[in-house]
Design a protein around this ligand. Structure first.
Ligand SMILES: [Fe+2]
Length: 345
């Protein structure tokens, strides 16, 4: 990697105190799910929430989707249409509408069973959580196909070395082989540094926008590089109440399902609060105050997706469905404020 590509933040980053700086983490034997995580780059932790509570959270997500009042009714399948729900990214990721700050989303983020694996992984209870969003995807079998071409990528910049971010999906709906869900290149995260050493990024990188600094898309030939080193593509299957963790260095994407289920998940990523700089803390407080939705990263790489816009007669105007605040605000408990980075530990 040419030095000119190395961002000072990546070289001197706030994570310098982490014990997870290199790719040798997986050589430590933990005797629990962490061994699978470090070897495979992902793991499914069963039942971090009771199934009935996961179902309740799914119900609240659907209530939220119905609240826009543009036609969607979970109980009337004839209303399951793309035009009856607000705009989203890739069919169901709601990046606007204060979606990340609804009470039910914060309730999920504050669940002890969801937090505990991250605390165990990072070796601290003092964590901050991402303001990334929910994914509520109406089924292709009913609403018609989406742009379903795979988009294999990592959510960590090639310059940012070592384990720095572990993403989470709190699964609120079934995700069997025919349902929508996460696809990972099993075993790819331990090869992240080797891949970019052997395949340095050259030429224009138009995807490296402010919001996608920690992002790299792959070509088909790159999948072959990983396959040649023993990796394989896996559609991750999970049940309501399961937590899926994956290393941000792991190649992955979201796959649409063939079934008639509404995929419903909350993305939740936690990192140690001490990794956040004072500058990022101030920024995160501001994002929290304004109910903004951000990237998967909790402590850095903090960028809002901004307000929803629509195009009318060739002009971009604010989406009339946009909301300045959630319809049901969470109680600002001490736990929530600390996870939000709005109160110090
Ligand atoms: Fe991703």
């Amino acid at each position: 990697m040419a030095p000119s590509r190395i961002d000072a933040e990546f070289a001197t980053g706030t994570t310098s105190k982490s014990q997870f700086q290199n790719t040798n983490d997986q050589k430590i034997h933990y005797g629990d799910w962490r061994d699978d995580f470090f070897r495979d780059g992902y793991v499914i932790i069963k039942g971090v929430l009771p199934k009935d509570r996961a179902r309740q959270y799914q119900s609240e997500a659907l209530t939220w989707l119905e609240s826009f009042g543009i036609g969607f009714d979970r109980n009337d399948i004839t209303t399951w249409k793309k035009e009856n729900v607000p705009q989203s990214f890739k069919g169901g990721m709601y990046l606007h509408f204060s979606a990340a700050h609804e009470k039910y989303v914060w309730d999920v983020r504050c669940e002890p069973g969801v937090i505990e694996p991250f605390a165990k992984l990072w070796g601290t209870d003092e964590l901050v959580v991402s303001f990334d969003t929910v994914n509520v995807t109406l089924p292709q079998s009913i609403v018609g196909t989406y742009d379903s071409k795979p988009w294999p990528h990592v959510d960590q910049a090639p310059e940012r070395r070592g384990l720095r971010c572990v993403q989470g999906i709190v699964n609120l709906s079934e995700s069997g082989p025919n349902d929508g869900g996460l696809v990972v290149m099993k075993g790819s995260s331990p090869l992240f540094e080797q891949f970019f050493d052997e395949n340095p990024v050259t030429g224009p990188t138009p995807w490296r926008t402010a919001k996608h600094k920690d992002f790299h898309p792959f070509h088909d030939k790159d999948l072959d590089w990983y396959r040649a080193r023993g990796c394989e593509l896996i559609k991750v299957c999970a049940e309501p109440g399961d937590l899926i963790l994956w290393d941000s260095r792991q190649m992955h994407w979201a796959q649409f399902g063939e079934s008639d289920l509404i995929r419903t998940i909350v993305y939740a990523t936690y990192t140690p609060a001490t990794w956040m700089s004072e500058e990022d803390r101030a920024l995160k407080k501001d994002l929290f105050k304004n109910y903004e939705t951000t990237t998967h990263w909790p402590h850095t790489n903090l960028f809002t997706h901004g307000k929803a816009m629509i195009t009318v007669d060739g002009k971009e105007i604010p989406d009339p469905l946009e909301r300045g605040e959630p319809i049901t605000k969470p109680e600002r408990s001490e736990k929530l404020l600390k996870l939000a980075g709005a109160m110090k530990y």
